[in-house]
Design a protein around this ligand. Sequence first.
Ligand code: RP5
Length: 179
Amino acid sequence: MSDEPSKKPLVGVIFGSKSDLRIMQSAIDTLKDLLVPHEFGIYSAHRTPDRMFEYAESAQRRGLRVIIAGAGGSAHLPGMTAAKTLVPVLAVPVESETSVINSIAALLSMVQMPAGVPTGTLAVGKAGAINAALLAAQILATTDEILYHRLYAYRVRMTESVLRDDDQLPRDPLPESKR
Ligand code: RP5
């Protein structure tokens, strides 16, 4: 499914189950905010393996420059996608709502790719999904100056927001006797 029908997607966001959208929506929203043409969909390594391979094999031809793959559990989606394409794959371990071992298992599975087939693994959960989108945009920005400036503005806004938070911390003035 393409989110910006007028533009050819440059980033593909894929995930193993509808249940992963809860986390992967943050990657989609971040790409949307940065006006990066993207698409997203469900591609399960175990339940729709042929669909996943077809996606990976056609990625380069279709113009995708980065793939973001999110999965939980045994989390084979990013690794198997990377095995079938040279388009860089960023992996997001999806945080399970029900089981701690699920998130940790996904993370450990993703960081154990054998030498020769890399995936770049981000943090578990929402932070990882947002950072995968930012990293994808940063990769594209190496050859896109307008996107570079958009990312720069994102950083400035983030810094300003932290400074505003600091400014608003409750700091009771010391009573005169203690000055
Ligand atoms: C993985 O199994 C998916 O990526 C998902 O995180 C997990 C559970 O899938 P569902 O049972 O919610 O479909 O393949």
